[in-house]
Design a protein. Structure first.
Length: 544
């Protein structure tokens, strides 16, 4: 049964704070604990999480704001789960930050933490709603409003994130899937283990099957193990066909083999999809090659707003997906976020470019800037097609850069293609003709281009301006965020497997990043005010 927890702190007579000396109290008030209590813990919306609990009269839940707050503090301080609970019971700062005055009343165990994570994961799996991400976005918005941070300038980036699994070659992958299925059969239906697969239960079999195979025998060994996969597939009883081991076996056969002349044969390496199974213990992880490096795991994208005057940054939007998801898709997803209110410019890498992204950004009145553009290079010394003016109603070309009207013009909305014909005498008399993109034909000079080409030329036309160069330099600063997420928040070492299960860790790391930035800003602001007050006092004393 859901029960809300008060978000205010009432001291009792045994509270250690009452017995601290003034210097220790001053030291405590400069720590993160009072700031976390006031600006994070006190603003956690527990009602958001009420859907995770039964509406029937039953044992009340452990306070949600304490559990969520613990998640954030864990990532802020870099604790393991055990260290997090130790800090809860032995560190007064943690107790203060979470509004706890009676530890016996608000006891938390490792099972409580695990069960709450499981509830979050199960709810998202059933509904598609990520409650913790919603809470992080709401708290981030509150921090922005409280600090009066200017979020008009933002920048976007993506990074590869490692999965919590061993990287396997094809032989290791097939063996791992087979032995998982054999162990399932040994436990629940030992009589169903096919004779060809009995060796999986022998001691030292893995070394014999994988690491003592000579290089010229690898192809034959792969065929042998895949044949054993087929034997297992046909031997699994119906009662075990819903297990993860069997589903991994089915997926393996679909992705790694192909039917040829009535037989199942291994696929050619280049025919295997990047979305194929990489490790049966981490079924969501995918393969991608980026900048000549192999990656097995996930991709992570973020939009960071930066207030240059306040020297404060917050991550307004974040998303983790399989690493086969492109930057273009990440860019389009990010524009659906409600946390981009107030953002006027987003500086991107060229990999995020897409005409659809520009169109959506334009609807949201957000200017998209790209530091570089991928694809075919623009012809040097040739006018961009964006120089041709379009009619506001028909969307057809009605004037060329030399201010000449076309003889005929049309716009194909389905193909998003512009075409126009110009009189040859008009073109020959035009001073811009040598650098014009029109093509000379027998009767007319013609022009044809797509909306994609027009948008590209619009972006390229901005690249030479000083404002654009400044924004491109601004965008480069976002490269430091992945480094911080790796070094300080260990985003490559999340101790769970599966895309959904990783969510609680990812969202908590982002909240820790945002709170740390907010806390640093407030400390600098207060230090500046103290210095100003001290100077005024000295001036007043000198004048007196």
């Amino acid at each position: 049964m859901f029960r809300a927890n008060p978000n205010e702190r009432q001291m009792n007579i045994k509270d250690p704070y009452l017995y601290y000396s003034n210097p220790i109290k001053d030291m405590f008030h400069r720590s993160w604990a009072p700031y976390f209590f006031e600006h994070i813990f006190s603003n956690i919306d527990e009602e958001r999480f009420a859907v995770l609990y039964s509406s029937k009269a039953s044992r009340p839940n452990t306070p949600v704001n304490i559990l969520v707050g613990l998640f954030f503090l864990k990532e802020l301080c870099g604790w393991t789960d055990d260290e997090m609970l130790s800090s809860l019971y032995f560190d007064y700062r943690v107790q203060y930050a979470l509004g706890i005055t009676d530890l016996e009343k608000e006891s938390v165990s490792i099972n409580t933490i695990t069960n709450f994570r499981n509830r979050l994961c199960r709810y998202e799996e059933e509904t598609g709603v990520d409650l913790l991400q919603q809470e992080v976005e709401a708290l981030t918005k509150a921090l922005v409003q409280l600090s009066q941070m200017d979020t008009s300038l933002a920048r976007q980036d993506s990074m590869m994130v490692s999965a919590n699994c061993k990287k396997m070659n094809r032989l290791e992958l097939v063996y791992a899937v087979n032995i998982l299925m054999v162990k399932q059969l040994e436990k629940h239906a030992p009589e169903s283990i096919p004779p060809s697969c009995g060796h999986y239960l022998e001691q030292g079999d893995q070394n014999k099957q994988l690491y003592r195979v000579k290089k010229d025998q690898l192809a034959d060994k792969l065929v042998e193990l895949l044949n054993e996969s087929l034997d297992l597939y046909s031997s699994v009883p119906e009662t075990l066909q819903g297990t993860e081991a069997f589903l991994s076996l089915v997926r393996l056969l679909e992705e790694q083999t192909v039917c040829s002349e009535g037989k199942r044969m291994p696929r050619e390496k280049e025919d295997i999809s990047a979305s194929s199974l990489q490790n049966p213990s981490e079924p969501d992880a995918t393969y991608r090659k980026k900048k000549n490096q192999d990656h097995t795991g996930y991709a992570f994208s973020l939009i960071e707003a930066r207030d240059i005057v306040k020297e404060m940054s917050v991550i307004l939007y974040h998303e983790e997906q399989q690493n086969i998801v492109s930057d273009v898709e990440f860019g389009q997803n990010s524009l659906k976020s409600s946390n981009l209110d107030g953002v006027e410019v987003i500086a991107n890498d060229g990999g995020f470019y897409a005409p659809e992204t520009l169109k959506k950004a334009e609807e949201l009145q957000i200017e998209m800037i790209f530091s570089a553009l991928t694809g075919r290079k623009a012809q040097e010394g040739i006018l961009g097609v964006n120089e041709f003016l379009l009619h506001p109603e028909t969307n057809a070309i009605y004037l060329c850069p030399g201010l000449k009207e076309p003889i005929s013009a049309a716009y194909d909305a389905e193909k998003q293609q512009y075409t126009a014909k110009f009189a040859k005498p008009d073109c020959l008399a035009c001073s811009l003709f040598p650098i014009c993109p029109v093509k000379e034909q027998v009767k007319y000079n013609t022009l044809s281009f797509t909306e994609n080409k027009r948008q590209l030329d619009i972006c390229r036309s901005k690249m030479g301006t000083e404002e654009y160069k400044e924004l491109a330099d601004f965008r480069a600063g976002v490269e430091g965020v992945p480094s911080v997420l790796r070094r300080r928040y260990n985003i490559d070492h999340i101790p769970v497997r599966g895309l959904l299960r990783r969510g609680a860790w990812i969202h908590s790391k982002i909240m820790a990043f945002n709170f740390h930035s907010f806390f640093t800003y407030l400390r600098k602001k207060e230090a500046g005010l103290r210095a100003l007050f001290q100077n005024n006092q000295e001036c007043a004393t000198g004048c007196g």
